[in-house]
Write a protein that binds this ligand. Structure first.
Ligand SMILES: [Zn+2]
Length: 58
């Protein structure tokens, strides 16, 4: 079976909701306030503790 790419719907501290790629290879920032949402680890992205995951999209 192929490993499916996952996306996460996260809510930023500024209340913006954004969909990010779980295995992003670069830092992900909020498009509204420019806060760092998550950092690349080489595997799954490490979300900032202030960000809330609302939904997991596969
Ligand atoms: Zn934000």
């Amino acid at each position: 079976m192929k490993k499916r790419a996952c996306f996460l719907k996260v809510k930023c501290i500024c209340s913006n909701e954004q969909i990010i790629f779980e295995h992003s290879k670069s830092e992900v920032r909020c498009l509204v306030c420019n806060e760092v949402i998550g950092k690349s680890t080489g595997g799954k992205i490490k979300l900032d503790s202030r960000m809330k995951v609302l939904e997991r999209l596969e």
